[in-house]
Design a binder for this molecule. Sequence first.
Ligand code: AMP
Length: 211
Amino acid sequence: MKIILLGPPGAGKGTIAKALMQFDGSVQISTGDILRSAIAAGTELGKQVEAAMAAGDLVTDELIMGIMEQRLQQEDCKKGYLLDGFPRTIPQAEALKELLAKLGEKLDCALELDIPTDVIVDRLTSRRTCVKCGEIFNVKYKPPAVEGICDVCGGDVVQRDDETEEAIQNRLQVYNDQTAPLVEFYRNGGLLVSVPSSDIDDVMAAIKSRI
Ligand code: AMP
């Protein structure tokens, strides 16, 4: 499958991508994960994007397109890919369209997870992440057995800088201003599939009816 996952931060794009990977070996490509790894590794790219990410702002289209142009040509993309967090602006969507035309590839669909804002804010402010292995916890629904310590690897479990109440409000604003117009963009392109849920069975049913 070649799918774009659309939806606000906290809609469940990463979880759905991981579940979809099981079906046909498509790879999840999360631009957020790529950038967080660069920050953790202290690379030049990491230093360039650190402040914007902590504030919940977007990094530049040029930078993201440079990363994605290389990533989409790697061998593991041949079986398909699930784009999680990309594209995020109309210029990125236009550039992706050109890139895919150049590579002779076609998307199956742009899958919109349409989740109410109050659910998202609650989900994101209670989310905690292991700094070592990336395991996700939730202080309300899935706390670690020992507070602040990862059940999987023993690493520190913390609230991400961009998951504080203030950063989340900014991320939602950025989503509404810059990313939400992509729903119309892909609807007009005949690629939009909208699912009012992040339940994997609902999502699979919507995808099957489409592919
Ligand atoms: P995510 O994990 O997808 O929520 O991304 C975390 C942060 O990484 C975002 O708030 C942005 O700062 C940055 N980011 C990720 N993907 C993109 C993108 N496609 N365009 C611009 N910034 C991005």
